[in-house]
Ligand binder design. Structure first.
Ligand SMILES: Nc1ncnc2c1ncn2[C@@H]1O[C@H](COP(=O)(O)OP(=O)(O)OP(=O)(O)O)[C@@H](O)[C@H]1O
Ligand SMILES: [Mg+2]
Length: 467
């Protein structure tokens, strides 16, 4: 008996381990150095339709057969020490029955040596889980073109192009950086088309592991693999309507090939089924980089790209249409006034300038978050000032105003060395007073309070500096 076990225990530890291993709801298969099975639990027997006598103490490769291009991740873990996570494996048991599992395999390492390997096979409950979450995640798709804010020419051009695409059912590819409004365009196209009363289903291709994506898209037939039930995929669910595939460049290339076939044949086949089913689905895809780059990087199949981009839209980044910032800002202020039951009137000129200077890598979404954050930080004012902006933007503004002080001190070619300290202090004081006034809408009392001086004192300085 091992020293760390209580001597007084009346439990037979071996029997307990065995019982525990058999009680869990995941398949466990352990092999030793020779590849012989040493642990094979009840759930694994269920998953693989095998008895313990068929497998225990036998060499794994004598019992199970793998296709030529597949190897056992369990054997791989034992021979190379490789850990595999969430791998979909298809192999055959000793009666030739095809088995598909999703499993994790890892080596057992003792004193730096691989002494065996463990495989933990999940029933496809994981798939159920993903599908359930996915259903919960589906937001309503009620965006229409009139809710896309932006009067700049670049946006109006895309809106016009997208509106024309509502008349047909051709595939649309929407390219654009994150937060530019690609989803809004996709929803607006659907809602403006004849399909508007049919489903709009949206799926992010980057959010789901490759091995589950296929089941999710095309559905499964009962018995296709362990735990598989008869279930429709997204294509069937979107029948008659629109399927939005977000971040198409994240879709596994093998699945991209299958997708291409579905588009060409206008029919799908559930995994494990032998029959094809006609589907009538309009496909809209989004991509957050230039499709040409995605093709060059091998992330997007060229043949699929041609199929998907019959209509091709490019939503410009916010920094290329800064003239839209003002109406977007007001739009979000109105939106959050309603949600927060506030009555914010707008932004001051300083903030306006700052919003124009910023590059907006997160585009409209970033602007929306900035306004929402400012409305959380605002005190009892009715106008958003620099003080209510998120720290990141405020700091940037601070740096810029520091630079402005530098510029001021170096004014008219006079180098700072030529200026007396008094001149420098006066120049700096003037600048700070100008900025403070601008930040507080030129409200003298309010600005004086912020600066910690009396109203009279501020007015005196304003006259002195000609502000
Ligand atoms: N033109 C616009 N008018 C009004 N709101 C907009 C506009 N563009 C974007 N938004 C807002 O920004 C948010 C982000 O937009 P959307 O989800 O469409 O971006 P996306 O391009 O799909 O980004 P990602 O690539 O990150 O998915 C939206 O929820 C919406 O509130
Ligand atoms: Mg999106």
């Amino acid at each position: 008996m091992q020293s760390n076990q209580k001597v007084t225990t009346s439990i037979n530890m071996n029997a307990l381990h065995q019982q525990l291993i058999d009680a869990v709801d995941i398949g466990i298969h352990v092999i030793d150095q020779n590849g012989d099975t040493v642990i094979y639990n009840k759930k694994m027997m269920e998953i693989e339709s095998m008895g313990s006598d068929d497998v225990l103490d036998k060499n794994l490769l004598d019992v199970f057969k793998f296709s030529d291009n597949q190897s056992s991740t369990l054997v791989e873990a034992m021979t190379t020490g490789k850990t595999t996570k969430n791998a979909k494996q298809t192999y055959f048991n000793n009666k030739g029955k095809e088995i598909t599992t999703i499993n994790n395999s890892f080596p057992i390492i003792e004193n730096g040596e691989i002494t065996g390997a463990v495989e933990i096979a999940k029933d496809v409950t994981q798939l159920e889980h993903v599908i359930k979450e996915n259903v919960l995640n589906k937001q309503n798709s009620n965006f229409t073109f009139d809710k896309i804010i932006g009067s700049s020419t670049p946006v109006q051009v895309v809106i016009d192009e997208a509106k024309r695409a509502t008349r047909t059912s051709s595939s649309v590819m929407i390219a654009g950086e994150t937060g530019t409004g690609k989803e809004l365009f996709a929803q607006s196209i659907h809602n403006g088309s004849k399909r508007s009363s049919a489903p709009f289903i949206s799926q992010n291709c980057a959010a789901i592991p490759d091995n589950l994506m296929e089941s999710l898209l095309f559905g499964t037939k009962k018995g296709a693999f362990t735990g598989a039930v008869d279930r429709s995929g997204l294509f069937e669910q979107a029948d008659g309507g629109t399927l939005l595939l977000d971040e198409i460049n994240s879709l596994d290339p093998a699945l991209q090939a299958k997708l291409l076939r579905v588009i060409q044949e206008k029919s799908i086949r559930r995994i494990g089924d032998i029959k094809d089913k006609k589907v009538n689905v309009r496909i809209i895809t989004t991509i957050n980089e230039d499709p040409v780059d995605a093709i060059a990087d091998g992330q997007l199949r060229k043949d699929l790209f041609y199929r998907l981009s019959v209509v091709s839209l490019f939503v410009p980044p916010l920094r290329e249409r800064k003239e839209d910032i003002d109406i977007l800002t007001q739009h979000f202020i109105d939106k959050y006034n309603a949600i927060f039951e506030m009555d914010i009137k707008g932004i001051n000129s300083q903030v306006k300038k700052l919003l124009r200077q910023h590059d907006w890598p997160g585009n409209v979404r970033e602007l929306e978050h900035t306004i929402e954050a400012a409305m959380n930080l605002i005190l009892d004012e009715d106008t958003i000032t620099v003080n209510s902006l998120p720290a990141k933007l405020r700091k940037k503004y601070q740096q810029e105003s520091d630079m402005a002080v530098q510029d001021l001190l170096n004014l008219n070619g006079s180098t700072s060395e030529n200026q007396s300290l008094k001149d420098k202090m006066t120049a700096a004081e003037k600048l700070y007073i100008q900025q403070a006034l601008a930040e507080h809408n030129h409200n003298v009392s309010h600005t004086a309070k912020i600066l910690g001086i009396s109203r009279q004192s501020l007015q005196y300085r304003m006259r002195k500096f000609g502000v």
